[in-house]
Design a protein around this ligand. Structure first.
Ligand SMILES: Cc1cc2nc3c(=O)[nH]c(=O)nc-3n(C[C@H](O)[C@H](O)[C@H](O)COP(=O)(O)O)c2cc1C
Length: 203
């Protein structure tokens, strides 16, 4: 066993530390978040710190870095209360990754990275047209995390769009059939393979 202490983590080069710590919490639910500003500028950014909060009401949360580092998505969500999440498949990984670049707020990142927008009635935020699984959210809360200046953004799922119907009989959504990728660290992208599904565990 290799032992790594808090003191040695703190002594590391910041990029090495970021890569290591970002990998430690596991494979992530990476998605593209689409928003539109009050000025009408569409925005797209990749996020992987996404978490299921509950199924009734259906809620999803994500962590936004401090506003100085990642200002646009969270500002647009605060302004409009609406956003979309769009799964990523192998054909769009490079474009998706490129949305992490710090584009000016005046830049439409869909156009900058070469992904088409999809607009749906009753949703002022754009979807990623080529994404196989897309869903629309409405803002619930933006909860500051004072320890490190990040925010937990929570939202209600308003609608879900599947490229094809591969749902299993009990509602389970086998993401591998949609080629949804998962991410590790800040730049590793993987395809997933199911090992097994098990029955509900009882004592
Ligand atoms: C794979 C990957 C995952 C990321 N996950 C997050 C995340 O969960 N939260 C976050 O704030 N930034 C995350 N980022 C960084 C944002 O994509 C980046 O800060 C982006 O510029 C934010 O754009 P915005 O200002 O349009 O919101 C991630 C970047 C990559 C490459």
């Amino acid at each position: 066993m290799i032992t790594i202490t808090k003191a040695s983590i703190q002594s590391w080069d910041r990029f090495y530390r970021a890569n290591f710590i970002n990998s430690l919490s596991g494979f992530k639910s990476v998605c593209l978040i689409g928003t539109k500003s009050n000025d009408g500028i569409p925005n797209l950014a990749i996020f992987s710190n996404i978490v299921h909060l509950g199924a009734d009401p259906a809620m999803i949360g994500f962590i936004n870095r401090p506003k100085a580092a990642a200002p646009d998505t969270i500002r647009n969500i605060e302004e409009t209360g609406v956003y979309t999440m769009n799964h990523i498949h192998p054909g769009i990984i490079e474009q998706a990754h490129q949305t992490s670049a710090k584009y000016d707020a005046s830049v439409n990142e869909f156009e900058a990275v070469g992904l088409d927008m999809l607009w749906r009635e009753d949703c002022i935020a754009p979807f990623v047209k080529d994404s196989h699984i897309q869903y629309q959210l409405s803002l619930s809360e933006i909860i500051p995390i004072p320890s490190n200046g990040t925010f937990l953004v929570t939202g209600y799922i308003e609608s879900v769009y599947l490229e094809k119907d591969d749902r299993e009989a009990d509602g389970f959504l086998p993401l591998e059939k949609y080629q949804s990728i998962t991410s590790l660290g800040i730049d590793g992208y993987y395809l997933a393979e199911r090992v097994m599904r098990l029955a509900y565990a009882r004592p």
